[in-house]
Design a protein. Structure first.
Length: 91
């Protein structure tokens, strides 16, 4: 029981860490976009901004719901089994 509580707390901290890191990256990319004049370079920075915004939306969703992302224990094999099981259920 205590291990589960510690895992949840750790994941909540991780969600907060992801949100703060992404906000800092977005801020830095916006500054870079302001100072860049090259059209191709600006497009690349804008694509990065879009990607970062999507990730931020994903992580903020967990933060707003006071939830944590799903965790799979046991490694890659268990993750793949879980994904296959979910795909079979959707059919």
């Amino acid at each position: 029981m205590e291990d589960a509580r510690a895992t949840l707390e750790s994941q909540k901290e991780q969600v907060n860490m992801h949100v703060s890191d992404l906000e800092a990256k977005i801020e830095k990319a916006v500054e870079k976009l302001k100072h860049t004049r090259n059209k191709l370079h600006r497009q690349g920075i804008q694509m990065r901004l879009d990607r970062l915004q999507a990730k931020l939306t994903y992580w903020k969703g967990f933060q707003d719901r006071d939830d944590v992302p799903p965790a799979v224990f046991g490694g890659r094999k268990n993750l793949l089994k879980l994904q296959r099981g979910c795909q079979q259920l959707k059919m």
